[in-house]
Design a protein around this ligand. Sequence first.
Ligand code: 5PR
Length: 380
Amino acid sequence: MTDSRRHAEISGGGFAGLTAATALAQRGWSVRLHERASELRAEGAGIVLWNNSLQVLDAIGATPDLDARSMTPPAYETRMNNVIQSQETLEGIRWRTMTRPHLHQTLLTAARESGVEIVADSAVTGATPEGTVTFANGETAQADLVIGADGVGSAVRDSLKIPLKRERSRDGITRFLVPRKKAELQALEPDTEWDNVIDFWNLDPRVLRVLYTPANDEELYIALMSPSADADGSRVPIDLELWTSIFPQLAPVLEEAAGVQGRYYGYQTTRLDRWTEGRVALIGDSAHAMCPALAQGAGTAMQNAWTLAVAATEAADDELPGALQEWERLERPYTDRAQDRSQWYADTREMANGNQFTGESVETALYNPTDPKRHEVHAA
Ligand code: 5PR
């Protein structure tokens, strides 16, 4: 018997690819997802998700699984030279913190349960506008829809020769998952609410920042930021003496981080001429890598994965290329603005002044990609 379902081939088993795969499979598509690594697993440490991506997790049925090992801290606190600038309780804003491995496992489970065929050790080298996918082993496959969710170095994007602009910022970050060590931290600084996210900034005399983010009862995500030009600040493994001299109250968790090799990532923003070409669409870092300031890299990846799956399903097969262009026209401005704002915050380090999540900076966080009326609401 031949399969009458429409078929999607997806390159990339990260947050964007798994979300798109699940949403399409749940809408009746046959879906095959390729991951070039030998195992599907998350790189990186911790993450914050906001309403936009949490709505997507609701819609694919993954929220109970996510909530079992994630949390909403009591406040998002900002300190400058250890003086509290703000404690934002984010009333009315839905947000959660978690580890990247947990979010990835949650999406992988949803994809498997939705019937997505997942192929590891499978490297996609490119795609054509007509929907032919090529693989490193010389094989090819044909699909009604091809999705390049293959990261900032996207082979799918580059094979289509879509022009790209890349901008690098002066700062970068090393990220760790370490044990919470709450009792030890409490002993060093009893008045601190150690369940809060705490964004510890130091700009003068030296730019060094620690973003402290509890991910669940056992695991803490800490991100250590410094300018790329600061050789000691950006060294891995971290320079424990330097970091504990500036953040003595974090010594117990910095010692844990110092025991891990780590990797320093410079911030970058990439902007593409277009996100689609014929039957191919790009989502996530392959289309819109961004600075992390607004914590919206994965959030925009997941919202675009979801809206792409809905738009592709609603389009007749012979109208798919036009429907993908229309999807980009409607959805891309939200991501463009998130990229611009995140880059502005990275360049100005304005977040050090506190009250990080007010005004325009929460537009993406509050967005609901699953609301069919969302564009009317925003236009009104
Ligand atoms: N939020 C999160 C984060 O990981 C970073 C930032 C904000 C969750 C850094 O990676 O401001 O740079 C930030």
